[in-house]
Ligand binder design. Structure first.
Ligand SMILES: *[C@@H]1O[C@H](CO)[C@@H](O)[C@H](O)[C@H]1NC(C)=O
Ligand SMILES: *[C@@H]1O[C@H](CO)[C@@H](O)[C@H](O)[C@H]1NC(C)=O
Ligand SMILES: *[C@@H]1O[C@H](CO)[C@@H](O)[C@H](O)[C@H]1NC(C)=O
Ligand SMILES: *[C@@H]1O[C@H](CO)[C@@H](O)[C@H](O)[C@H]1NC(C)=O
Ligand SMILES: *[C@@H]1O[C@H](CO)[C@@H](O)[C@H](O)[C@H]1NC(C)=O
Ligand SMILES: *[C@@H]1O[C@H](CO)[C@@H](O)[C@H](O)[C@H]1NC(C)=O
Ligand SMILES: *[C@@H]1O[C@H](CO)[C@@H](O)[C@H](O)[C@H]1NC(C)=O
Ligand SMILES: *[C@@H]1O[C@H](CO)[C@@H](O)[C@H](O)[C@H]1NC(C)=O
Ligand SMILES: *[C@@H]1O[C@H](CO)[C@@H](O)[C@H](O)[C@H]1NC(C)=O
Ligand SMILES: *[C@@H]1O[C@H](CO)[C@@H](O)[C@H](O)[C@H]1NC(C)=O
Ligand SMILES: *[C@@H]1O[C@H](CO)[C@@H](O)[C@H](O)[C@H]1NC(C)=O
Ligand SMILES: *[C@@H]1O[C@H](CO)[C@@H](O)[C@H](O)[C@H]1NC(C)=O
Length: 343
């Protein structure tokens, strides 16, 4: 009698688990796949995202502070912030032909600098609160015209300084949709240097500036709550091998990528919008991860909170274990001493 009611309970539990499994996997596949397709078109195929044949980029929503020149009698160069972080200074974009105010401002803001300075049409430098100390602002219109006279190589609508001129922006205020991470710079550098310890991390790679030529072009999404875990989950659920994060909020998936376009680690500078303690690529720079088996083998050193992926993983994992126990009980009853099923 007792054995009978135990089997009944197991039947009910199993039915519940099977229903749960069906329900959850169904929900995941249909709803987010539909959204994935919509967002995919936005990031990769929407003509509105293309300007000429270039992918649209961030533009400053404020004017530059002015045109500046270095005061050679000042004792130090105060726009050397990146070299203070042991990064290349001045910062150049990966192709040498993409530099524009948006790229420079985001790069400087990513590293919590106050000022972004463009010079020579293609170079970007960053400075902290004292950044303007060694520079003199030009006020005379004709000297401004003669000194800050180079168009930006990445967008000729803007001026990027000149041979000796610096077009300087307030890096923390000039792009309204982009703000500096809320994290200490030393912690951020530690996070960047720790990336290589993550077995899924494949490196920082250049993305194509051209429309419909993204490095990872399988599918994509852009959400403000982006984290490493949410992108891994997004691509793993769609059976892609790799995922890539870009400029804090964009997630791309594909089964391969061109590993020849590797960048230095500081080019992937953006903190994830959903978790500032993680790095999510940079402007036209992609942090690539191996998304294989992410949900099924979710115990490797990928940083994780109780993300959606983990929760789904727990539900599916728990269900599989539950079913396994159930099958074992049935098997035990058929083959073992629990005879009443065969009567
Ligand atoms: C899909 O998009 C719709 C409309 O934008 C939204 O209401 C829904 O919550 C999204 N679903 C998921 C799973 O993100
Ligand atoms: C896009 O424009 C650039 C610069 O004009 C050119 O070099 C490149 O071939 C173009 N790419 C495509 C796919 O049209
Ligand atoms: C270049 O700048 C102009 C002016 O802000 C902008 O309208 C255009 O979209 C930019 N081009 C690209 C490729 O982002
Ligand atoms: C240049 O720097 C020197 C030394 O700090 C300072 O005395 C001088 O006023 C500065 N000149 C300008 C134009 O800012
Ligand atoms: C700010 O920049 C100056 C010159 O680049 C540097 O000497 C100073 O240490 C920096 N201050 C901070 C707080 O990083
Ligand atoms: C930069 O590199 C030097 C020499 O390798 C080192 O002493 C210093 O601590 C480094 N600074 C940072 C901020 O990593
Ligand atoms: C400076 O350049 C602007 C824009 O090209 C022009 O309108 C203005 O007349 C120039 N001023 C002088 C003094 O050359
Ligand atoms: C970086 O890695 C070290 C050693 O694994 C660890 O102690 C430290 O907490 C990590 N730092 C961050 C910011 O994750
Ligand atoms: C993705 O890029 C590769 C290589 O450039 C290309 O062969 C493939 O057709 C692209 N796929 C899509 C869906 O655009
Ligand atoms: C992923 O692959 C599995 C096993 O091949 C398949 O059952 C599932 O439908 C695939 N999911 C998607 C979203 O393509
Ligand atoms: C990706 O991860 C899977 C499972 O963790 C592993 O089997 C595979 O070798 C990895 N691939 C690469 C290219 O690292
Ligand atoms: C943010 O990421 C860090 C590092 O991966 C992790 O330790 C922390 O729990 C995450 N925070 C949240 C709120 O998920």
């Amino acid at each position: 009698m007792q054995k009978q009611s135990i089997s009944k309970i197991f039947f009910i539990i199993a039915a519940l688990l099977i229903w749960l499994l069906k329900y959850t996997s169904c929900e995941i596949t249909t709803s987010s796949k539909t959204n994935g397709t919509i967002l995919n078109e936005k990031l990769m195929n929407d003509p509105g995202e293309c300007v000429g044949n270039l992918t649209r980029r961030n533009h400053p929503s404020a004017d530059p502070l002015g045109c500046y020149i270095l005061n050679s009698s000042f004792h130090i160069d105060t726009l050397d912030g990146l070299s203070n972080l042991n990064f290349s200074d001045p910062y150049k974009d990966q192709d040498g032909n993409l530099m524009d105010p948006g790229l420079c401002i985001i790069h400087c803001a990513d590293y919590l600098f106050k000022f972004a300075a463009l010079t020579n049409g293609n170079k970007c430098r960053c400075g902290n609160n004292t950044g303007l100390d060694a520079y003199t602002k030009l006020t005379d219109e004709s000297s401004i015209n003669k000194t800050c006279n180079f168009k930006c190589v990445g967008n000729s609508s803007y001026i990027c300084g000149g041979k000796d001129g610096y077009t300087i922006y307030d890096a923390l205020k000039s792009i309204s949709s982009y703000s500096a991470p809320t994290i200490d710079i030393n912690k951020k550098l530690e996070i960047i240097h720790n990336l290589t310890k993550n077995v899924r991390y494949k490196g920082c790679y250049k993305d194509s500036p051209y429309c419909n030529q993204r490095l990872l072009n399988g599918t994509s999404e852009e959400v403000s709550g982006m984290t490493i875990e949410s992108c891994l989950t997004y691509c793993w659920q769609r059976n892609f091998t790799y995922m890539g994060l870009e400029v804090g909020s964009q997630c791309f998936c594909n089964n391969d990528y061109n590993s020849l376009t590797s960048l230095s680690v500081e080019d992937c500078s953006s903190s994830c919008e959903g978790n500032n303690s993680e790095i999510c690529g940079g402007p036209l720079a992609v942090s690539i991860y191996n998304a294989s088996n992410y949900g099924s083998v979710n115990n490797d050193p990928v940083p994780s909170g109780l993300s959606k992926g983990t929760i789904v993983g727990l539900i599916v994992g728990g269900t599989v274990v539950g079913i396994a126990i159930f099958v074992l009980i049935i098997w035990h009853c058929f083959v073992g001493e629990c005879g009443h099923f065969s009567h």
